[in-house]
Design a protein around this ligand. Sequence first.
Ligand SMILES: Nc1nc2c(ncn2[C@@H]2O[C@H](COP(=O)(O)OP(=O)(O)OP(=O)(O)O)[C@@H](O)[C@H]2O)c(=O)[nH]1
Length: 414
Amino acid sequence: MELLILIVVITVVVLATVGLVAGTALRRRPRRSIEEGPRPGADYRPGVGDDAEVPRDSATRTVDDIGLPDVLPPSPTESDGVGAPLAEIPAAPGIPVQERIPPEAPPPAAGRLVRLRLRLARSQNALGRGLLSLLSGDNLDEDAWEDVEATLLLADVGVTATTELVAALRERTKVLGARTPADVREMLRDELLAQIGTTTDRSLRTTAPDRPAVVLVVGVNGTGKTTTCGKIARLLVADGRTVVLGAADTFRAAAADQLQTWGERVGAITVRGAEGGDPASVAFDAVRQGTQSGVDTVLIDTAGRLHTKAGLMDELAKIKRVVGKHGPVDEVLLVLDATTGQNALVQAQVFTQAVDLTGVVLTKLDGTAKGGIVIAVQRELGMPVKLIGLGEGPDDLAPFEPEAFVDALLGEAG
Ligand SMILES: Nc1nc2c(ncn2[C@@H]2O[C@H](COP(=O)(O)OP(=O)(O)OP(=O)(O)O)[C@@H](O)[C@H]2O)c(=O)[nH]1
């Protein structure tokens, strides 16, 4: 009997040990990460249902890192509880009322690009000055034209626009004969403007009759969507509008905090949901809040990647559909990082399959010599660039004005 008990005990101990070892080994086996399979944007061209590119995991800087102006002390009117938009806007049922902070008064939209023109210094040197000096040369031989072409391509102007620009410039230099620097500048200005287009409607649809206008901000992660939403809110408030922000980027926990901070600075309510929650429902609540509060514009920040397996593009289409239950979406702005060059164009093509884009925001033009991407985006995608980001500061976003942009690229005349 004792022998039997001993055998049973030994068997149990052996089985438990084997189980433990096997379990540990299984746990240690590296889990197959999504990175190991073919990656959209790297191994194949992404389509509907995929992310537009391999998510970048570079650390992002939040609004807290970039030194917004200090919050001003409340004015007597505001401390009486009158005059601040957050106090005036009642929260919709089920949406928590946020702390009211006296809002700032950002500088107006008009003339921003002119004020920020020096931020284009790198593009100015590489593209503007480069072309001016090549075209001013006495001997415009084939080598010189090849250099002109290379300069345009290196600045990301794109093949189609480069070919057209070179052909037009060749023609005009032939007709012009002897050229003064002023002639060259004028010729280049004309041709660059012809490529960018001066008659395109670049206005933002941020008001609608009898309801708030709805603006969706989309793009891959890290392009600057959240920052851009905050900056657009400031632009709108500067022009006397009222705004509700929707933090539908439920993927990155900090994104909602970041957006709320931007909102608080200008007295705008931010509607947010649980981390990993349904982005479409946050967007829906934001529009509901905006409608009940009677604001001019609801600005919705979306994620550049998702927790769920559902593709980013499917999710965006869903957000647009769900928000559409309240009324039309007035603007769908695609945020593209200018420093990613031609890759930005591929991203744009993927996004257009999922949602009807109405315009592009090109961010980080301050950090690149490739200002020609403005031309490529318009020519290759046929989509207007409406805003450009020229820095990390709160008011470093400017409405895109072709003339001011080209003048900034070419630098001061003379
Ligand atoms: N230099 C420069 N930096 C910018 C500009 N716009 C945004 N950034 C920076 O880009 C980084 C990413 O910005 P986010 O707004 O967090 O990007 P996002 O697209 O919302 O990122 P996800 O939430 O991960 O999808 C931040 O460090 C911003 O300060 C710009 O115009 N110029």
